[in-house]
Design a protein around this ligand. Structure first.
Ligand code: SF4
Length: 467
């Protein structure tokens, strides 16, 4: 929890010596609270006060990174319980479970399905983030073989889950040994390095809290994040303190499965205690495995964890019909409520357009654009869609906020040279803003057609339109 200016002032020397460049200690404290000054500017602050102030300036939930490079998965750094209070910073990662008890053919099939889980929605690519290899066999050699095979067939982030730290260490050792001597036919140098778990920076998951100490040694040795399975919040606080003292900073908390309701209560308590009480020992990202087996129940469970408050959710189902709604739910929850999802303001072509094609004008709110584009496509009438820059607002909101006005539409069609793209001067506006048709016609010199209010009316409207 952030300290107020007054809280900070109480920890300063209160001598008003001005060495920090501020007239008084109180002024310096206020500047610190607003993050407009750095604590280093006061040379007189005591060691104890410095520790308290530095700790309070850390994010209440630690940032933990799995993997490296462009695809790395960052978790944590969250500062609020509810999205509307500010925003969430790091979307929950979605991982798929791969057990090492699978036969080779089943493993190949599962990996090829996992690699195909990529989708596009409202102009954005959405996909899963991680594969979690679970040591269900209890066999070290089989676990290492499966882990290396998975690493060779995907560039996604990886997690290794086991009850035994020896099984995890086996993967690091075997993959490290294979790197230099791996046969040339296995592929490029990059491909060989991908097999090496030391360079993939996986999350290692300790399935039994009692084994946390030996897992901490491995996490420290290979500089990888560590997830520990705990029976509840108190257990989590005890273990994270121990693991941190062992030198591991990047920690993730997983709760032992007692059903969805218990887990969500546990996650909510941990998140609230970390944020509101600044409980450092609980200020870590949360990991959830789904327990449900039936697909709809598993989907509902996974979405619930995305909502409250898992930073990584690992599921069993790999069907596209299961994964897509889960990714959509995540995308919606983790969009910034202060920044509407926008498309680039420009002229979009739908179908094989020509100089006689209709021109529809709308705003650049992503959902508005994609809904309109989908209906135009369904009409089979090729058309241009002119997206005006309305700061990503929907039509009515933008109109009410004066971001979608006759003047702004006029400026848009002129700056985008729409009159050079088509051989007519006819513009279709959304039915909800029919009130602006007269003024728009007057200032643009274009004939204005009032389209339907709802996008669902577009197909019939376009099919019967006579320009
Ligand atoms: Fe106060 Fe430190 Fe600034 Fe001096 S340098 S005025 S003690 S905050």
């Amino acid at each position: 929890m952030a300290l107020t200016g007054l809280d900070i002032y109480k920890l300063l020397p209160k001598t008003n010596c001005k060495d920090c460049g501020f007239a008084t200690c109180l002024a310096f404290a206020m500047a610190l609270a607003q993050k407009k000054a750095s604590l280093d500017k006061c040379p007189h602050v005591t060691k104890e006060a410095r520790e308290i102030l530095e700790s309070a300036s850390q994010p209440p939930i630690k940032l933990v990174t799995i993997g490296a490079g462009e695809k790395k998965l960052e978790m944590g750094n969250e500062t609020v319980m509810y999205r509307h209070e500010q925003k969430f910073y790091h979307p929950a990662g979605i991982g798929i479970l791969v057990e090492d008890t699978l036969k080779d053919a089943e493993l190949d099939d599962r990996l090829s399905k996992i690699n195909a889980l990529k989708f596009e929605r409202v102009g954005r690519q959405i996909s899963i983030d991680l594969i979690c290899i679970k040591n269900s066999s209890g066999d070290l050699a089989r676990f290492a073989d499966v882990a290396i095979k998975v690493a060779g067939q995907t560039d996604m982030n990886l997690a290794l889950s086991s009850k035994s730290s020896s099984a995890i260490e086996e993967v690091f050792k075997v993959s490290g040994d294979r790197k230099p001597g791996f046969p040339a036919e296995a592929g490029s140098r990059q491909k060989r390095e991908n097999l090496h778990y030391g360079s993939r920076r996986p999350l290692i998951i300790c399935e039994e809290g009692s084994a946390a100490d030996s897992f901490a040694e491995i996490a420290k040795k290979y500089n990888v994040p560590l997830a520990i399975t705990c029976s509840g919040a108190q257990d989590a606080a005890d273990i994270t303190n121990r693991v941190r003292q062992a030198g591991v900073e990047e920690i993730v908390i997983s709760l032992k499965g007692k059903g969805i309701s218990d887990k969500i209560q546990g996650f909510t308590f941990i998140r609230r205690t970390a944020l509101k009480n600044n409980a450092r020992s609980l200020g870590y990202p949360l990991l959830a495995f789904t327990d449900a087996v039936e697909p709809y129940a598993e989907l509902a469970e996974a979405v619930s964890y995305v909502l409250k408050y898992a930073s990584l959710v690992i599921v069993k189902n790999v069907d596209k019909d299961f994964i897509l709604p889960l990714l959509v739910a995540r995308q919606d929850i983790y969009s910034d409520p202060q920044k509407p999802v926008q498309v680039e303001p420009k002229v979009y072509e739908v179908g094989k357009v020509g100089r006689a094609s209709p021109v529809i004008v709308t705003t650049n709110f992503s959902i508005t654009y994609f809904t309109v584009a989908g209906e135009v496509e369904a009409s089979k009438v090729p058309a241009y869609i002119v997206c005006c820059d309305a700061e990503g607002m929907s039509v009515l909101t933008a109109w009410a906020a004066e971001k979608f006005t006759p003047e702004s539409i006029c400026e848009t069609i002129e700056s985008m040279g729409v009159d050079k793209i088509v051989g007519h001067k006819k513009l279709i506006i959304p039915g909800y803003v029919s009130v602006m048709s007269g003024k728009l016609e007057e200032i643009t010199g274009w004939k204005i057609f009032v389209g339907p209010r709802e996008a669902s009316g577009i197909p019939n409207y376009l099919r019967s339109l006579k320009l």
